[in-house]
Design a protein around this ligand. Sequence first.
Ligand code: HEC
Ligand code: HEC
Length: 192
Amino acid sequence: MSASANAQNGKAIFQQKCAGCHALSAVGSTATIGPNLDDAFAQARADGFAESAIANIVHDQIRFPGQYPTAQNNPNYLKANMPANLVRGQDADDVAAFVAANAGVSGFAVSKAISGTNGKSIFKSQCASCHTLKDAGTTGTVGPNLDQLKPPFPVVQNQVIHGGSVMPAFKGKLSDAQIRAVARYVSSVAGK
Ligand code: HEC
Ligand code: HEC
């Protein structure tokens, strides 16, 4: 591990390469394919682990992730494995340092109800980790780039209600009014 980790690069790498699978409150990601990283490190932090020790754990995980049987529709199995060496060299040092500096700093994750009907804030908290949308400043690459897709309102609304093969369904998680708000927001700003 190098001593001079670049926090900004670490954050950008996390958003590009990790946020599609991991929740981490420091970037507002909520994905559930891999473990919630705030929960994963809250105990180590509470037990007084040095930040450098946590960074080493993350760095090892990047090189040697577990590979387990997967299944899409069985909650006892992982949906996907973490690929080895998603990032290398300085980028791996930077993202490990970023996770170590941020994961679990506020303790275990508290799942909070999403409040309000501001489409842009709903987008930033629920969709950012997977989708690129310039107006919201998001750069996720798990799902399609919405600026290129420019989906009309009914398409976004339908997709958010029902989800896709990878994208989770938001019905029950967001209210009908919140779904309309985020759909109106996306369809009005995409591609602008
Ligand atoms: C395709 C989904 C996927 C991506 C992308 C991904 N991970 Fe993971 N990650 C997982 C899964 C699944 C596990 C649990 C299995 C395991 O431990 O290998 C995991 C485990 C971890 C753990 C261990 C957590 C614990 O509870 O001990 C860390 C740390 C981690 N990932 C960090 C990262 C970082 C940093 C990146 C980006 C460079 C990343 N992951 C990208 C799926 C992913
Ligand atoms: C875990 C990643 C993930 C999250 C979170 C997510 N999406 Fe998606 N989204 C995807 C993927 C992947 C696709 C491609 C279709 C699929 O699911 O297989 C997609 C497709 C879409 C499409 C295109 C539908 C079409 O007909 O082409 C829209 C619009 C969309 N998402 C909007 C949203 C909005 C709005 C949110 C937040 C409420 C959101 N997504 C959250 C991953 C995600």
